[in-house]
Design a protein around this ligand. Sequence first.
Ligand code: GLN
Length: 314
Amino acid sequence: MSAGAAMREDRSAACRDAPGALILTEPVRVAQLWRDGVAQLRAAGIEHAQREVTWLLEEALGVSRLAIHADGIESVGGHAAEQARRLFARRAQHEPVQYLLGTQEFCGLTFEVTPAVLIPRPETELLVEEALRVCGSQPSARVVDVCTGSGCIAVAIARARHDAMLWATDLSQQAVYVARRNVSRNRVEARVTVFQGDLLAPLASAGLAGSVDVLVSNPPYIAAWEWPTMPPDVAEFEPRLALDGGPDGLRAHRQIADLAPRWLRPGGWLILEIGQKQSVPLAEYIQASGAYGDVQVRQDFRGIDRVVSAQRKG
Ligand code: GLN
């Protein structure tokens, strides 16, 4: 959109807001808007203020920064400027930038995110890698993703393995809607089914008992002691249901490890994401259950134990 078009659109919006009165808003310089936004975010302690203000400006103005430069857009109408300022103010309150923009990239794919789902994290790509590794060259692998949230893990696996079949579950109906939209958006609806329900309960209707090759999950794992250390961006805005893992953060992991043997085929894999200080207690729990063989732990790119994998005996 050109600057002129942006201003015309802005004027008509002003007219709509106040019928009968022609309100011509003052144009605002883009450079000034950007500088003010960066100052506001910096004052709020936002680390990547410049980058984020650029993204929020693109969102509010409906144009890419390339277009702003290429078309020489120097100023925008007051309505567009107001939109941008509203986004800056929300970010300054620590609302995650992904919720303001509505998307997050994961495994090279784009996912819709809303406050009903956890924002996909780069370290969770390790779960996808691990699932693909244990699938090996097995044809038509059956994969289950429990607590799917945005659906990012299931969709990324489906996109990487064109013959894999996936079933994903989430307790939150709102999350299920987001996950289904992400399945369609990434064009894997023929092979990914999303169910609403608690952990593995929805699988009963899919007739998968004893036949699942890989059961992967990034369940809630924030422990009670961690809450005071959580940044406000996470603790105040991301869904508690997707984060709160009970007293030691492993409540859901233990339930999943207990339930999974019924669904996994002999030799099938359980792959779980974990948080701080959780690899030893979870590995011990899984080992003690007697249903799995060796338990393996993998570290993320920061050297933190992040993924626990266990192979069902048989
Ligand atoms: N990785 C998230 C965080 O530390 C937590 C994700 C989860 O609980 N599954 O913010």
